[in-house]
Design a protein around this ligand. Structure first.
Ligand SMILES: C[S@@+](CC[C@H](N)C(=O)[O-])C[C@H]1O[C@@H](n2cnc3c(N)ncnc32)[C@H](O)[C@@H]1O
Ligand code: SF4
Length: 379
């Protein structure tokens, strides 16, 4: 398939590093146990793939090193990785590096900071040692605290913590403890996910049953309420940030904007094509990067637009919607009114956005909207 017309600038670049020191029981992301020779080979392929795009360095505003565990690489491998993107790192505004607390140290922190990395994203998941053990996570709470303090000393002013709720044995008291602990760490950003039991994971094979929907909702209501009280803005379904610290990179995805994705299993969106890279490491080593490409027609684009934009507290702009899809969203006013009466949606002169209750049933609302728009538009 031919990738054509890049509309507007592409301002974001995602780089996947598929190596981890150990494999967590819940994770179905593309990753392998760290092997030095594989990482060395991988860095060569990654560089070739990156150069094949010929990306204009002045356009890139956000860069995200995700995984896998980028911090599982040795210092000299991290240096080689960063050298590939050196010129881009000098110009981009937000550069995130995902890390596991136990595989970071002062040397790596200083190295990252010296290359321009200015945002750290730490996978913490929970502060409960028993649950951490069940998940096969290897860090301790003391390591989390220490590494944050060392990151601050190294100069990092923007730190995210990933947490998960909904473990089968988790009580509301456990959730309260996790929220209390994360608030104490005073980080700028918190991603709080509900546990997904994905196929091909150890949890799935153990027939792990997560908590029921009502309990999950009850827990998230608590998380939402306490984080809000502590000045974290709930700006996306699973994400909270202090003022001025939203994840600019992830906003690219949620705003349905284009981005480059490189590395094993990475996805990207260029022009009218959304693509996915192979998750076969041997193929990737032999420079066969692509796995699939999806041509995005106007109907697909509309689906992505609603699915992604309505994840955001600010929703979407009615004029932008009209210009993009040549359809006035007010045409489906009866449905908008119904959703508004149920307190699921805000409908102002300019914007459509979901309330907190609406966000909690996002998929249902998007399906209803799409059906109604289709009745009036596509047929
Ligand atoms: C894929 S990891 C990569 C970063 C790093 N290796 C780590 O573990 O933190 C990014 C985050 O995805 C989230 N995650 C992964 N699998 C998940 C699942 N099955 N359910 C909910 N969240 C998940 C975790 O919060 C994790 O921190
Ligand atoms: S959650 Fe992070 S550390 Fe655990 S297996 Fe997945 S990518 Fe690796």
């Amino acid at each position: 398939m031919k990738i054509n017309q890049r509309n507007n600038k592409i301002e974001s670049l995602y780089i996947h590093i598929p190596f981890c020191n150990n494999i967590c029981t819940y994770c179905d992301f593309s990753k392998f146990i760290y092997r030095k020779d594989w990482v060395d080979k991988y860095l060569r392929s990654l560089k070739r793939e990156f150069l094949s795009y010929n990306i204009n360095k002045n356009e890139i505003k956000t860069i995200y090193f995700g995984g896998g565990t980028p911090s599982s690489l040795t210092c000299s491998q991290i240096r080689r990785l960063l050298l590939i993107f050196k010129d881009y790192l000098k110009i981009a505004k937000e550069i995130t590096f995902e890390a596991n607390p136990e595989s970071l140290d002062v040397k790596k922190l200083k190295l990252l900071y010296s290359f321009g990395v200015n945002r750290l994203s730490l996978g913490v998941e929970t502060f409960n040692p028993d649950i951490l053990r069940e998940l096969n996570r290897k860090h301790t709470n003391t390591q989390v605290k220490n590494i944050i303090s060392k990151a601050r000393d190294a100069g990092f002013k923007n730190i995210n913590i990933d947490l998960i709720y909904g473990y089968k044995s988790q009580t509301l008291a456990d959730v309260k403890k996790d929220v209390e602990e994360v608030i104490k760490l005073n980080v700028e950003h918190i991603s709080y996910y509900s546990l997904l039991v994905e196929e091909h994971t150890k949890l799935y094979n153990q027939s792990y049953k997560p908590l029921d929907d009502d309990t999950l909702r009850n827990y998230f209501d608590y998380i939402h309420q306490v984080l809000k009280k502590n000045k974290y803005i709930h700006y996306e379904v699973s994400n909270f940030a202090k003022k001025g610290y939203k994840s600019e990179h992830n906003l690219t995805y949620w705003n349905n904007q284009q981005y480059y994705g490189i590395g094993l299993s990475a996805s990207g969106y260029i022009g009218n094509v959304r693509y996915k890279n192979t998750n076969n490491l041997m193929k990737y080593f032999s420079n066969q990067y692509k796995y699939s490409e999806e041509l995005v027609d106007i109907k697909d684009d509309l689906t992505y637009y609603l699915m992604l934009k309505l994840r955001l507290k600010q929703g979407f702009n009615k004029d932008e919607f009209k210009n993009k899809f040549h359809f006035d969203i007010n045409t489906v006013e009866p449905l908008l009114n119904k959703l508004e009466n149920h307190k699921y949606l805000h409908n102002t002169n300019n914007q459509i956005s979901l309330t907190y209750s609406g966000m909690m049933i996002l998929d249902d609302i998007v399906s209803e909207l799409l059906l109604e728009i289709e009745k009036n538009y596509f047929i």
